[in-house]
Design a protein around this ligand. Structure first.
Ligand SMILES: [Zn+2]
Length: 250
């Protein structure tokens, strides 16, 4: 009996250790995240637990959100918006994982956008396909419906801000990057490292890592060719990096 207990305990310790090591490889060496991060043109990164969402002011005391965090009440985001005296007009979800769309219900007046290809995951009718995320489908009763599904290459004007939409499938099938006010929002597709490089999305939360890498490389090429100014790269789970360089070097 005692032996069985010890074996069970050993298995648990091994499992926890392996899980810890897996998480450590995903997060060690990332550019540090701060509670609030000032980015160019008044854009603010807001940390909600272990994820960041971003406020992009768009004139007339209004703002666009890039993702809306994991807190169903969006307390930290709402606090910062109140401090800045901004009302949310529209939310652009980079993808449908719960830590990116969990707070959308707290902004019922705001339009909610994601790529059409991400609709099922964002609205909770399907799970994403990553090794761990496939076990964590959103609850459709708690999710907002999209106002409209976006297409790759379109630009959505909200107040003074033009949000350019790029499909970067891989982390999830409908993952998007958005370029607004010279900040490129990459969601979870890549993260910024403290050494100035970017790294691919962690495999255990990702549908298809190779596709994710190829999508990001394609986006970097497209943006470099277009000459569109990119002052900052904004990531959901790390601090930001400056300029497009880290992405073209990826
Ligand atoms: Zn994700």
């Amino acid at each position: 009996m005692k032996r069985k207990l010890l074996i069970s305990l050993g298995v648990v310790v091994l499992f926890v250790g392996a899980f810890g090591a897996m998480m450590a490889t995903a997060f060690i060496g990332l550019a540090p995240v701060t509670p609030f991060t000032a980015l160019p043109n008044g854009v603010v990164g807001v940390t909600d637990g272990y994820v960041q969402a971003f406020i992009v002011p768009c004139g007339d005391d209004s703002a666009v959100l890039i993702d809306c965090g994991q807190d169903p009440e969006a307390k930290v985001l709402k606090g910062k918006l109140a401090e800045l005296k901004l009302t949310v007009k529209a939310i652009f979800a980079t993808h449908g994982h719960s830590d990116h769309v969990g707070g959308c219900g707290a902004f019922p007046q705001a339009d909610l956008y994601a790529l059409e290809a991400e609709r099922a995951v964002a609205e909770g009718s399907a799970a994403a396909k990553g090794p761990l995320t496939q076990m964590a489908k959103n609850d459709p009763a708690k999710m907002r419906k999209l106002t409209r599904g976006l297409s790759d290459g379109e630009t959505v004007q909200v107040g003074t801000v033009a949000v350019q939409v790029f499909a970067i499938p891989g982390h999830t099938a409908g993952s998007a990057a958005y370029l607004a006010d010279e900040v490129l929002f990459l969601g979870d597709a890549v993260a910024g490292q403290a050494d100035g490089h970017v790294r691919n999305a962690p495999w255990m939360f990702t549908d298809d890592g190779d596709q994710c890498r190829a999508s990001v490389q394609g986006l970097a090429k497209k943006l470099a060719a277009s000459g569109a100014p990119v002052q900052s790269l904004a990531f959901a789970h790390s601090g930001p990096l400056q300029g497009l360089g880290p992405l073209t070097a990826f």
